[in-house]
Design a protein around this ligand. Structure first.
Ligand SMILES: [Zn+2]
Length: 113
């Protein structure tokens, strides 16, 4: 299998997992089979916030995965979106949907720590 196909497989698998997760979160937030008890509803509401933030992460990741798949199609996948340098394969193994090399990621994806 070529590197390209290998990464495509991984991205499609990541996409599948996140799509399923989003669907599940969606169902739970909509409360199919809502409980009548007030205290239970309060804890369900807290749960919703956790679920929603999980959902938001999944959505952002899904968008990045879609972009990565498009870049694979265009043949840009292995090159940094910002500077055009080749992204080390070890980095793509860890973050298959990153569009940036390490240097640019520090600039564009600021971390808290
Ligand atoms: Zn770069």
């Amino acid at each position: 299998m070529t590197d390209e196909n290998r990464f495509r497989q991984r991205l499609l698998e990541m996409k599948r997992i996140r799509t399923q997760r989003l669907r599940r979160i969606d169902r739970e937030v909509r409360h199919e089979g809502m409980s009548a008890d007030w205290s239970e509803q309060a804890s369900e509401r807290e749960n919703d916030e956790v679920l929603e933030s999980l959902g938001n992460n999944s959505e952002i990741e899904l968008q990045m995965i879609e972009h990565a798949l498009r870049r694979l199609d265009d043949g840009n996948y292995f090159y940094c979106h910002n500077c055009g340098e080749k992204i080390p394969e070890a980095r793509l193994e860890l973050l298959p949907f990153t569009p940036y090399c390490v240097d640019c990621a520090e600039e564009f994806e600021p971390r808290d720590n």
